[in-house]
Design a protein around this ligand. Structure first.
Ligand code: GRF
Length: 194
């Protein structure tokens, strides 16, 4: 059977708040021949961010959501997900916390990338905290999103050695390269279980 027949791509929405390098990288993978997913929507809580340029460049539907009122914001986001027939959400540097109610609505279909070796260093400033605690490794984790911050089931993880004289900036730049490796891999793993 020709590849294009009987094969429906999973429609993914990416949520961002900043540089969007993971977003850009997921776009790159989505455009590969044989990719199981496409990116049908990008959601941002900010209008002036670098990441949104990729939406323009690759002609991806974008929605900027005002998070002044979280209840209203999440209602708007859910409407957008419905309207664009989204199957799965990838958080990629999205700096807003999703409510339990929102997560329930998309249960088991939201994943996130976090710059630490979870369950260590949930929350912010992960690499600095790892350096301060004289850890040998930092890294990154792709995980399912549940009602507790950075606590859902782990899908993939990559250890990155902390070098002598590493700064948080240098380390995060190195880890980001591995984020770009594991996020698409983790996404494919999730898709094969859908
Ligand atoms: C990444 O380090 C990711 O792990 C964290 O936020 C950062 C986003 O980077 N959640 P980018 O916007 O994808 O470049």
């Amino acid at each position: 059977m020709p590849k294009s027949i009987g094969f429906k791509k999973i429609n993914v929405a990416v949520f961002i708040s900043g540089n969007g390098s993971n977003f850009k990288n997921l776009i790159k993978y989505s455009l590969k021949e044989n990719s199981k997913f496409k990116i049908g929507l990008v959601i941002s809580n900010k209008s002036n961010i670098k990441g949104l340029n990729y939406a323009k460049k690759f002609k991806i539907e974008k929605k900027i959501i005002n998070y002044f009122n979280i209840k209203k914001a999440e209602k708007d986001v859910l409407n957008q997900l419905k309207k664009n027939k989204i199957d799965l959400v990838c958080l990629a540097g999205f700096m807003k916390i999703l409510s339990i109610n929102f997560i329930k609505n998309f249960n088991g279909k939201i994943i996130n990338i976090h710059p630490s070796l979870l369950p260590k260093y949930k929350g912010l400033n992960t690499h600095q905290r790892a350096i301060d605690n004289k850890e040998k490794y930092s890294g990154c984790t792709v995980h399912y999103v549940n009602s507790k911050i950075d606590s859902g089931k782990i899908i993939l993880q990559k250890k990155v050695k902390i070098l002598k004289n590493d700064t948080s900036k240098r380390l995060s730049r190195r880890v980001l390269k591995y984020e770009h490796l594991i996020y698409p891999k983790a996404l494919n793993k999730v898709l094969s279980n859908l």
